[in-house]
Design a protein around this ligand. Structure first.
Ligand SMILES: [Zn+2]
Length: 426
């Protein structure tokens, strides 16, 4: 096995990051770790509202942000740095070769999910002593690997700066889970001058030694939190004086699950949580629904969202309750540009550890890199997203998720290869 000379860095960073996973919009300790290294290596580092447009932020809770800031202080993250974030996580490192050439952006997501990591001794992070130290949270989607690959590519770039032209942006995006973060990063405009955009996910549909260079089936999605507000009343004495928010939410849920499917492509709808009511003998004055719709294309997803809104409003009217809808996340479909697929194929062919180059495979989920890709395309740039195969102990988001760390090296080599291909001096 011919690992790159960067392999020890890839593994050690991944293991450090794995120990302090932070959920979306609270990744202050993580952002500090990333920004500090980028600065040390000579990158111009953008933070706060330079990389996140506050007006376009989705699914961010002030309470969680406060907890993240407190955790960062407990980890001795300097106050000056926290001030520079303006309360928004994520960072973009900019490398300028000083020579004319294209602008390349590479995106790496940085958040974790709320899963308690297993204490099973057979689980490598437990066995090797780098299990999550953040109770209830875990890098169970491999974003620790993504970050380590991103940082290592950043180091590779400065080590090879004399061989490069143009500019390179290393984008560390917050809050991918629930597809919340990319919208605000896209709307910040930080990618508007980008000619080429590359993103990736580890694991998913591919095994170690395989890359998928043209994944399809990225579903468009919109996430909503719906709140119904009625009026409490005594359920025995005067039920007629109440306005039943629970009944509105239940009725809406059944109707949502019955939205007619679209003739032109795949659709999904889910009400994943429903909380309502105050007590046995009280007409329930409150209900909250956490829900999502998906569609194969933006048009089909919009159809699902419109149908859902009509049902939510209709049930508010029938039960005489008020309603409020908050958009919590969004992603769209994604299509790689043909030249970028060719570039990925050529790079993959030059990596001996990659034995299988799969052209097409169903990604089968949503990924908000799609919003960044769409922004780049809207400004005339070209985009690619690939899947970096890894053997997994268990599926993504499970408490015993893990990847074989050899896949860090193939991921790194793919990105480094794209850097040379796009920004290499001719
Ligand atoms: Zn993920």
């Amino acid at each position: 096995m011919a690992f790159s000379s960067y392999y020890p860095q890839l593994v050690s960073q991944r293991r450090e990051l794995h120990q302090w996973p932070e959920p979306g919009w609270t990744e202050f300790t993580t952002t500090y770790y990333l920004a500090k290294k980028l600065k040390e290596w000579g990158y111009d580092v953008l933070l706060g509202t330079k990389v996140v447009n506050p007006d376009a932020v989705l699914g961010r809770s002030e309470k969680d942000v406060e907890a993240g800031l407190q955790a960062a202080r407990d980890h001795h993250v300097p106050e000056e740095f926290l001030k520079a974030t303006e309360g928004y996580t994520g960072a973009v490192g900019i490398f300028d070769s000083g020579r004319p050439g294209p602008t390349l952006a590479m995106r790496f997501d940085i958040d974790c999910i709320p899963v308690q990591e297993t204490t099973d001794a057979a689980h490598i992070p437990t066995k090797e002593g780098f299990r999550s130290k953040h109770d209830g949270y875990m890098h169970a989607c491999g974003h620790d690997c993504h970050m380590s690959i991103g940082l290592t590519v950043a180091k590779f770039i400065v080590d090879h700066k004399d061989e490069l032209c143009g500019r390179i942006k290393i984008v560390f995006q917050p809050a991918e889970e629930g597809v919340r973060g990319a919208n605000a990063v896209a709307e910040s405009g930080v990618l508007d001058d980008v000619d080429y955009f590359v993103g990736s996910h580890i694991g998913m549909v591919a095994k170690y030694g395989e890359v998928v260079i043209d994944p399809w089936g990225f579903l468009c999605t919109t996430k909503f939190d719906v709140t119904y507000t009625g009026k409490p009343a005594h359920a025995g004495i005067e039920p007629n004086a109440g306005r039943n928010a629970l009944a509105a939410a239940c009725s809406a849920t059944l109707q949502l699950l019955g939205i007619p499917r679209h003739g032109s492509g795949m659709t999904r709808v889910n009400v994943g949580m429903l909380n309502a009511g105050k007590g046995r003998n009280v007409i329930p004055p409150n209900a909250t629904m956490v829900m999502e719709v998906r569609g194969e294309t933006a048009e089909i997803n919009d159809y699902m969202a419109e149908q859902a809104m009509a049902i939510i409003k209709g049930n508010a009217v029938s039960y005489g309750v008020d309603y409020d809808v908050r958009k919590m996340g969004a992603a769209c479909d994604m299509k790689n540009d043909p030249d970028m697929i060719d570039a990925l194929r050529e790079v993959a062919k030059g990596i001996p550890e990659i034995k299988t180059i799969t052209e097409k495979a169903n990604f089968g989920g949503s990924e908000d890199a799609s919003l960044l890709a769409r922004r780049v395309k809207d400004h005339g740039g070209k985009v690619a997203f690939f899947v970096n195969g890894a053997d997994r102990e268990a599926g993504h988001h499970q408490f015993n998720f893990d990847v074989n760390e050899e896949a860090l090296d193939t991921g790194f080599k793919m990105f480094a290869g794209m850097v040379k291909k796009i920004c290499g001096r001719k």
